[in-house]
Write a protein that binds this ligand. Sequence first.
Ligand code: NAD
Length: 298
Amino acid sequence: MTAANIIDGKAFAEGLRTRIATVAADFEAKAGRKAGLAVVLVGEDPASQVYVRNKGKQTVAAGMESFEHKLPADTSEADLLAVVEQLNADPAVDGILVQLPLPAHMNEQKVIATINPDKDVDGFHVVNVGRLATGLPGFVPCTPLGCVMLLKDRLGSLSGLDAVVIGRSNIVGKPMAQLLIAESCTVTVAHSRTKDLAEVVRRADIVVAAVGRPEMVKGDWLKPGATVIDVGINRVPAAEEGKTRLVGDVDFASAAAVAGAITPVPGGVGPMTIAVLLRNTVVAAHRNVGLSLDESAL
Ligand code: NAD
């Protein structure tokens, strides 16, 4: 393994945020207001609180307006839907994100379906899922879009490559597969019922692991030279008593010895997610007021 085969998502995300800040400043000059992102958090889940705090900080650092709505865990679904409706109607809000997971008494699909699809910067609304599937412009979920950006930055054209996506979630696996189809890859989606997973992975020029199982994908599953994108974020016990560390779904040491390029965890896909959220927000802002923007340059 050499440093050259590490895909540095942290550095890429930093560059993306710099480009976004320039575009956000240009938007403000032309529209007479900042692009705005509203984040709604229900309850006190510690991980969600950290995500929301980071999103807010990075939104402001990129020169955009951050609106945070923190609601108690016992908020009724009707009250949450009323907040979403109010944000739909607010012209200062270009993007709306409802932090998941929601408390058990709420229907996540119903809440997402209430967001105006043109403000759905997470890309989870069925309208945006349909737009992605049919090749129409919409909003694409941030994590898989970030993965494709890293892949294209490393490989250039992805056309004709064999890609295996491990995982079929609505948030990562399925949109990832759609994006790779749109890039003209030959795509296989593997999941918990896939037979001979190692054999399936061995065919791939591109492997995207989005499973949630620590270090599951081993180096000897990979075709030599394959590009490996590790979406997994798993907290496992560290060598030092009482401490923990983060690992991906790929066994980094063995995989990096075989892969042509690989994302580390942390510092690979993770930093891309919020950067792409900011990208989607500044894109939404331009579309919402009818200003033109070369979205492919972002
Ligand atoms: P999920 O639990 O919704 O889906 C996991 C998928 O893995 C399922 O489709 C399941 O079929 C598949 N799977 C489970 N066991 C398997 C096995 N043994 N073999 C093959 N496939 C198997 O998870 P998700 O929301 O898609 O997230 C996946 C991972 O990505 C998690 O570690 C999560 O923390 C991480 N994640 C990271 C980011 C980020 O910002 N970097 C964003 C979202 C998710």
